[in-house]
Ligand binder design. Structure first.
Ligand code: SF4
Length: 231
């Protein structure tokens, strides 16, 4: 387990909570639009932050923080993720886990052991473009299992799609929303070309924000909440 990023306070990434965020290094996907390429491509060489230091910091700041986010990279591929979540549990903070959904077995353990209070899963694309979006061959069964497990978990959750031109087409959004029927919250996130894993993605012009907002309104009936982020 290499933790290579820590943010002391975020007000926007854990709904309704003042949270800190931990970023683990390493990912099994290579999404060309990834906004954290150093965590993916330089996982072995980034400056690691000892988990014990982070736990100390979180414990000291317990009166100010409501929660902590474990993000990446991809947390569920990390050896020791269950132990880290267990240690975070002991701080008394609420825990949000971000995942790409590729490891339903690990997700299942997290949920069984009640090691998260909120799960956020990325939905990269419609099935026929999932591997294009992830930059690697993706097992569609694993993604499906994770979606169903989260929806029926009883744990608060959201699904998030970064709407990247050439990967997610406007007409895909209603298909993705239909697949997520029964979920708590769906977030449409604007693509940002400033930092990307594939340099070619920097030349891609994001969709107008209004397109995302209209798409969000169009699918809003299927969820408790639908939001746009960065649009
Ligand atoms: S955006 Fe893709 S490559 Fe980047 S951390 Fe998330 S799953 Fe991994």
């Amino acid at each position: 387990m290499r933790i290579c990023g820590f943010i002391g306070t975020t007000l926007i990434d854990f709904p309704g909570r003042v949270a800190a965020a931990i970023f683990v290094a390493g990912c099994n996907f290579r999404c060309p639009f990834c906004h954290n390429p150093s965590l993916v491509l330089e996982a072995a060489s980034c400056d690691a932050i000892p988990a014990a230091d982070i736990l100390d910091t979180l414990t000291r700041r317990r009166g100010f923080l409501d929660g902590v986010i474990v993000s990446g990279g991809e947390p569920t591929i990390q050896p020791g993720i269950l132990e880290l979540l267990g240690d975070l549990r002991a701080t008394g903070l609420e825990i949000k886990l971000d995942t790409n959904g590729s490891r339903p077995d690990v997700l299942n353990r997290v949920l069984e052991m009640k090691l998260a209070d909120y799960i956020s899963m990325d939905i990269k694309a419609v099935p026929e473009r999932y591997s294009l979006a992830a930059g690697v061959a993706v097992d569609p069964e694993a993604i499906d299992q994770s979606i169903d497990r989260i929806i029926h978990s009883g744990c608060a959750h959201e699904f998030r799609t970064t709407v990247v031109p050439g990967i997610v087409f406007p007409e895909d959004i209603s298909r993705i929303a239909a697949r997520l029927a029964g979920a708590d919250r769906f977030v449409l996130q604007q693509f940002r070309p400033d930092v990307t894993l594939d340099p070619q993605m920097k030349t891609v012009t994001p969709y107008p924000g209004d397109l995302l907002r209209r798409a969000a309104r169009a699918v809003s009936g299927g969820f408790s909440a639908v939001d746009t982020r960065g649009a």
